[in-house]
Design a protein around this ligand. Structure first.
Ligand code: PLP
Length: 498
């Protein structure tokens, strides 16, 4: 048969080809030298901000009929690096992740190279074995005697899965019957809890109107009495309260709910207790800090993003359930083409039916290799260091003129504060005044982004009637006290005549 006209462009797929090997070496070098090593270089900017249309031009987006040479691809890689922000930079405090741990990066690269899909032991023997091990390990960290889990594409997905499990425990026939025949159900969360509960409620057919919000105290922690009260109210209104989501480290104020109190109430009313430790779950790795999640072992399920405080590559998000086998009972469908019962091995290792997904990205290697390489001690030390830096920053802000903390102290490493420029100091703090204060953070943030020297997020908190404030998230283990000093000094510099 004559060769097709495409023969020329069907080369370069085999890693045995010397040019491809050279390409892999070149791009590894590029990643190391252009993306990774410069992260901590004092001359590196946290970001090189471009407006969206400028970025589109800069990236040379257009894909053509003909291929571009490999050198050109590498140049594009450089552009991608140049246009991206640098979360590993010691002056990046914008969101809850920072640098990827080098051992986790090894896991991530190896994962991509092996390109396997975690549904059955048959196709992912190593990953299944590692997942089973890591969930034993995590269960013991949580304090579940015999827990089990899955990696999820984020904690929003885990929180949604928790609702799904809670519903199944409440009424397992809904799996077949659906929601059209059943009595109304409610899901409870605190007013400071993550918004993924509303998304989950909408997605799973509860409707956001059936999410009941529990009040928090002035530090952002749930008021247990209000939980008790609202559960009773739901029951009186013939709405079954099926789940309460407690939070270990809220996204804004970093508050930890009193899990012992929550567990008492959930137990009394037979309500599924889900602990959202997406952000603050990392404290469980530290003997000094794990008191913050005391009582978490009494929950029914836990969500934890180890790519946040833990330093694993994005994403590395675990959902852990206390009762072994429950995920499978709720989710299994036993597709004949994957889960054949007559395989040559123990098919309980075909763990893919624990999730509502079919194929699933392998996220375990990023975690296992990191944890193995660091050991329990360093995993905890990393988090303790972040807490020490955060405490230092809190004190510094207290002592520096013009800064005002949103809370007198913080339970986690989210440090929130206002900057009051000289023109607004010493005045009556009227509503008008606060309105002016609310304009300060966005103005400074804009300057910060253009200069590329620092990245910090800001936001209002309308549930507490608070205008825009800065929120620093401390997490990167390369950060020192001098980087905390830099935050304060740089804000003062940027704020000139704001
Ligand atoms: C980040 C976060 C989430 C959401 O996690 P994703 O992985 O982004 O979906 C949920 N809850 C809390 C408390 C968080 O901080």
């Amino acid at each position: 048969m004559a060769e097709s006209d495409n023969s020329n462009c069907l080369k370069g797929y085999s890693y045995a080809e010397p040019e491809i090997q050279q390409f892999v070496k070149d791009f590894s070098k590029l990643i190391l030298e252009d993306a990774l090593i410069p992260q901590t270089d004092p001359n590196t900017r946290v970001l090189n901000f471009k407006q969206p249309l400028d970025l589109q031009k800069f990236l040379d987006l257009e894909i053509y009929e003909e291929p571009i040479p490999r050198e050109k691809l590498l140049e594009l890689g450089k552009k991608v690096i140049g246009g991206s922000i640098v979360p590993g930079h010691p002056h990046f405090f914008n969101t809850m992740y920072s640098a990827i741990d080098p051992y986790s990066l090894f896991g991530a690269w190896l994962t991509e190279a092996l390109n396997c899909n975690v549904h059955t032991y048959e196709v992912a023997p190593v990953m299944v074995t590692l997942e089973n091990y890591i969930f034993k390990k995590i269960s013991s960290v949580i304090g579940y005697p015999d827990g089990e889990g899955i990696f999820c594409p984020g904690s929003s997905f885990s929180n949604l899965t928790a609702i799904h499990l809670a519903r199944f425990r409440y009424n397992s026939t809904l799996r077949e019957k659906g929601m059209f025949t059943c009595e109304p159900m409610t899901i409870l969360k605190s007013e400071d809890a993550h918004y993924s509960i509303e998304k989950g409620a909408s997605f799973l057919g509860f409707g956001t109107d059936n999410v009941v919000t529990i009040k928090t105290d002035d530090r952002g922690r749930i008021i247990p009495k209000d939980l008790e009260h609202k559960i009773r109210q739901c029951k009186q209104n013939k709405c079954a309260p099926i789940m309460f989501m407690a939070t270990c480290g809220t996204t804004v104020l970093g508050s930890y709910d009193d899990l012992e109190a929550v567990a008492d109430i959930c137990q009394r009313h037979n309500v599924w207790m889900h602990a959202d430790g997406a952000w603050g779950g990392g404290v469980m790795l530290s003997d000094k800090l794990k008191h913050l999640t005391k009582g978490i072992e009494r929950s029914d399920s836990v969500a934890w993003n180890i790519h946040k405080m833990g330093g694993a590559g994005i994403q590395c998000s675990v959902f852990v359930v206390k009762e072994k086998g429950f995920l499978e009972r709720c989710n299994a469908y036993r597709a004949e083409y994957l889960f054949q019962p007559d395989k040559i091995y123990d098919t309980s290792y075909d763990i893919g039916d624990r999730t509502i997904q079919c194929g699933r990205k392998n996220d375990v290697l990023k975690l296992w290799l990191m944890w193995k390489g660091r050991g329990d001690k360093a995993m905890g030390a990393r988090i303790e260091k972040a807490f020490e830096n955060a405490a230092y920053l809190t004190e510094k802000l207290k002592l520096t003129e013009g800064f005002r903390l949103v809370l007198p102290e913080f339970q986690c490493t989210n440090i929130s504060f206002w900057y009051i420029p000289p023109r607004l100091r010493g005045q009556n703090e009227t509503a008008e005044w606060w309105k002016e204060v609310g304009k300060v953070a966005p103005a400074i943030k804009g300057r910060m982004m253009l200069k590329g020297s620092l990245m910090i997020s800001y936001q209002p908190l309308s549930t507490k009637g608070l205008v825009n404030f800065f929120k620093v998230i401390v997490g990167n283990p390369v950060c020192e006290r001098s980087d905390m000093d830099f935050i304060v000094d740089e804000i003062i510099r940027l704020a000139e005549d704001v």
